[in-house]
Every structure is written in structure tokens, then in C-alpha cells.
Design a protein around this ligand. Structure first.
Ligand code: G6P
Length: 371
């Protein structure tokens, strides 16, 4: 009923709009007054975590893309090498695992069969398993050594939205926690990053307040049969997630690429009028943003219609953007939290305009309990 949907036409739209609260709830009570991180569901000792010399993240679908972002954060803050692997591929390649490997399973439902079988395999190899999960008491956390619960509340829409944002939050918390126990030099930044995270709910709200502009853009794309998404660094998984949302909800062919790979193949796909959604990294010392801008110039010169997600105040892109979507200013590692939201709104609106059921897209299930 409309009441259950809080006045929204679809659960999915409701869940997209619940994201500021979901992020805030997932951060609640994690920071002690002394500025230390506190994860109360952590059942691994600090010593066990200090001994971790490799992290392997396993997940499926949207959760896998949260894992890709986690790799950037964990490696940066902890200097521990991280692999990210699709759960369905993991155990069949006979992965190298031992007691000093931390396997992180990310699953909104906690019941995905591929992910469950992967953690069962990891445990037979004596690895420690930490679950990031939204469903209390579900199978994956029950079979793990430690759990970080996300507090998104029940997610009804088959395609994950608020589940994804809160998984990102849990991944950042895990990365910071590992930095804290390992005493890396980034340990000192924990307080600062926590403050940046605590500002995210309000920044996500600002993106949601701009939804009408995204809806207008969606209306312009009803006849689109293919869309490309480009990103770099933490924006690369955002591009992949934006493409996945469009496939799942609007049944439109969509592909995400690392922008630097364009010249190695995908640029051949560019033709007149092809929409290319570009997640532009914040300007910084590493010139990521400048390299993205030249990628955007390249596709535009070949006829692409460029839709650019770019931080407030960055005008370098203006001459090459057909459409500009403004994002709040956040550090590059946290940008996925704000950058994915317009892509969710775009896919949801476009699918709705096309007459599709966005809560239950064809052929998909909320939780896939077969391998
Ligand atoms: C299904 C859902 C996706 C989800 C994936 C992983 O395919 O349709 O939205 O991302 O499973 O689910 P999980 O519950 O393990 O995060």
C-alpha cells in the first residue's frame, strides 16, 4: 500500500530516499568520545586482526561493487593487500588462504548461496571470516567469526540501493578499524574521516533534493537502447553499479568501464548520440580528474552525449559536458556515497517511465539461494 511505501509509488523510490537515514543509522555509536572506532559486533581480537596479512572480499551483484570500493579504502588506510572476487568464482580457482587471511563476505540478505559456499570453503582453510550484512541472524553472519551489521532497515526492492550505501559505510568502518588496530600512519586520520562520514547523510539529502533534474534527464532517454558509464579510482565501481541498475530496472544495455581503459577498446563503441555517463573524480594532487576530463573530451569528439557527475565548483568540465550533475564535495574515497545516488534515481525513473515494475524486475530475485 501507499502507506507502507511512505507516500512513494515504489518501494525502490522510498528506499532511495531513506538513504540519508540508513547511512546515519549505520554510523551510529561507532565513535567513542576519545575519537576511537568501536565496532561492537566484532568478535575477532585485535591481535588476530593485527596478524591479518591479506584480505579477500567476496560478494555478488551490487555487494561486489561495494567490495571493489572497499579495496581502495582498505589498501590506502591499512597497506594490507586486498583481493576482490565474485563469490561464484572464488572456491573453484583453489584460492590461496590460511589463518592470516581475512575473508570479508558482503551480503545484504545474508542468504546468497554463492557467498555462503565461498565462506564455508574459506573456513575449511582456517581463514577468518567477517560478514558485512543487513539481515540480523541470517545464515552468512551466523557462519562467520565476526559481523558488521549495516542498519539500512528492510530492503524490499529487488535491486539494492540503501543496502549498497550502508555496505560502503561498513567497508569504510572496517578499513579504519584495521588501520586503528594495526597502528598505521592513517590511524591519525580516523577522527577526520569519521567526521567526513558523519556529514554524508546531509550531502546525500542534497543530491536527493536535486532529483527533479535527474528525472528530467531520464525523460530524455526513454528511447535509449544503450548507455556507457565511465569512472576512475573509487568512481569505477560506481560506474559499474550505475550500469547494473540500468540493466536490472530499465532492461537497457549498459556497461561500465574504467575510464583509462577506453582507449584500449571501448572507445570503438562510441557513435553519434550515445549517452556516456561520467563519474568525475574530485580535483586533487593525483591528476585523476584531469585524466578523466581528457577521456570525456575523447568520447565527445566522437559524438557521445556526455552526462557528467562532477563536484560542486569544478568547472573544468563545462565545455565538454552536455549535461552536468553536481555532487557535494567529498574526498575521492568517499565519493561513491554521493555519486551513486543520481545513478539510482536515473535508472529508477527511466524504468518507471518505461512502465516497468521497479520493485520486482523480470527474471531477478532479491536473494538468490541457489548456486
Ligand atoms: C541478487 C539481487 C542483487 C544483489 C545480489 C547479492 O542478485 O538481485 O540486488 O546485489 O543478489 O545479494 P546479497 O544479499 O548477497 O547482497
Amino acid at each position: 500500500s501507499a502507506a507502507e511505501k511512505d507516500g512513494h509509488d515504489w518501494f525502490m523510490r522510498k528506499e532511495i530516499h531513506e538513504q540519508p537515514r540508513a547511512v546515519a543509522d549505520s554510523l551510529l555509536g561507532r565513535r567513542t568520545p576519545e575519537g576511537h572506532l568501536h565496532l561492537d559486533e566484532m568478535r575477532l581480537s585485535d591481535q588476530e586482526l593485527r596478524d591479518v596479512d591479506k584480505v579477500i572480499i567476496i560478494a555478488c551483484g551490487t555487494s561486489f561493487y561495494a567490495g571493489m570500493v572497499a579495496k581502495y579504502a582498505i589498501e590506502h588506510w591499512t597497506r594490507v593487500p586486498v583481493e576482490v572476487e565474485l563469490a561464484s568464482e572464488f572456491r573453484y580457482r583453489d584460492p590461496i588462504l590460511d589463518y592470516s587471511t581475512l575473508v570479508v563476505a558482503i551480503s545484504q540478505s545474508g542468504e546468497t548461496a554463492d557467498t555462503l559456499q565461498a565462506i564455508r570453503h574459506a573456513r575449511t582453510q582456517r581463514s577468518k571470516v567477517l560478514a558485512i550484512c543487513n539481515t540480523n541472524g541470517s545464515t552468512i553472519p551466523r557462519e562467520s567469526d565476526a559481523v558488521i551489521y549495516t542498519h539500512a532497515g528492510p530492503e524490499i526492492g529487488v535491486a539494492s540501493t540503501k543496502g549498497f550505501l550502508t555496505q560502503l559505510v561498513a567497508c569504510y568502518l572496517l578499513a579504519l578499524y584495521l588501520a586503528q588496530v594495526k597502528g598505521t600512519r592513517y590511524g591519525d586520520e580516523i577522527d577526520q574521516v569519521m567526521r567526513q562520514l558523519e556529514a554524508i547523510p546531509e550531502q546525500v539529502q542534497r543530491v536527493l533534493d536535486d532529483a527533479p533534474a535527474i528525472y528530467e534527464m531520464a525523460a530524455d532517454h526513454i528511447d535509449t537502447r544503450s548507455v556507457l558509464f565511465l569512472g576512475r579510482h573509487a568512481g569505477y565501481p560506481v560506474a559499474l553499479e550505475g550500469a547494473l541498475k540500468l540493466k536490472e530496472l530499465a532492461y537497457i544495455h549498459a556497461e561500465g568501464f574504467a575510464a583509462g581503459e577506453l582507449k584500449h577498446g571501448p572507445i570503438a563503441l562510441i557513435e553519434d548520440g550515445l549517452p556516456v555517463l561520467c563519474v568525475v573524480p574530485p580535483a586533487g594532487r593525483d591528476q585523476l580528474r584531469d585524466k578523466m576530463v581528457s577521456g570525456i573530451q575523447e568520447v565527445r569528439a566522437r559524438g557521445a552525449r556526455t552526462i557528467c557527475l562532477v563536484e560542486d565548483g569544478d568547472d573544468a568540465i563545462t565545455p565538454y559536458a552536455d549535461v552536468i550533475i553536481r555532487l557535494p564535495r567529498v574526498p575521492v574515497l568517499l565519493q561513491p556515497l554521493v555519486a551513486v545516488v543520481p545513478l539510482q534515481l536515473f535508472a529508477c525513473e527511466l524504468a518507471t517511465l518505461m512502465g516497468h515494475d521497479v520493485d520486482q524486475p523480470r527474471n531477478l530475485a532479491k536473494s538468490v539461494t541457489v548456486e
